[in-house]
Design a protein. Sequence first.
Length: 359
Amino acid sequence: MSVATLGSVRRVARRVRNRLVGGVVVLLYHRVASPKRDPQLLAVSPDHFEEHLNVLRHLGRVVSLEQAERDLRAGRCPRRTFVVTFDDGYVDNLTHAKPILEKNDAAATVFVPSGHVGGRPFYWQTLEWLLLDAATLPGELSLTIGAQRHAWSFNQEGYGGAVRDDGADEAWNVLDRANPTPRHGLYRELCDLLRPMAGGEREAVLGALAAQLGDKGSEARRASAKRGGDADAGRVVDVDELNALASGDLVEIGAHTVSHSMLSRLPVDEQRVEVRRSRAELEAWTGRAVRSFAYPFGSRIDYTGETIDVVRDCGFDRACANVPGVARLGVDPFALPRFLVRDWDGDGFARRVRQWVSE
Ligand SMILES: [Zn+2]
């Protein structure tokens, strides 16, 4: 048999074996909440989350990330095995998601960026407060981002007073092609510009933006916190809440760097600090071993082979990406694929899961 034929026979055999043995569908959630505004589409409502768990129980079994990864490594992985993960450590993972996980006896891993515990909001949240919640904004803004100066001017008709009260602006999200007002365009543009920046530089830009908005930013933030009683909108757990989340044997805490930076943009020494420190801090706070990691943002451009080496060297056993796919035999345990879950109802979720497992 020629080498080429042998190669293709092996490929077919692997495909058949994968079909028979199945694989692991790792799900990626962020928030379980019903915020008034969700421009990044991070929230799944508590009702929908419960429907999702019912669907998973109906279709197969939910196991911990650790068990699934160990089973894959050992070459035994039943069909339709599901893993639930959350990125970013939002407080609603404790208040809303955990009771539903407990009710359904479903395990989950929550990846927490340690530098945000008990304090600093994510930049996308700050931009939402500063730009989308403020009633009025100044006509001129300028920011230096990287080495580049960016300036925007807006007339007050189209910008400052443009948030409608019919709910249309609140339903807007970044997947919509159009921007209902220039301020939505600015929010989108700044999210893109800040994403690749290191944590400290990003904070400096947000500080400069807040300074130009004067009191308007903090006013908007106060108003946002009051609105609909959603005082915890977008907040990450504090240390006590982290411990409450970790207590029991259903929720594993995983690391997600310190500052939620795009690791591929950092020198390797700084990557190592981000990865090692996040693990050390989470372990010190919880008194539990932290063995799982998730790359911030997690797409293929957000981490490199060097990053994988750093994560392995720092003592982790596995790491999750944010790339869709079923984890099958032979998968790299340091690049586990995950399917991003949106706020679908049970039927919509079941349809997608069936499609994923049949791929
Ligand atoms: Zn994240």
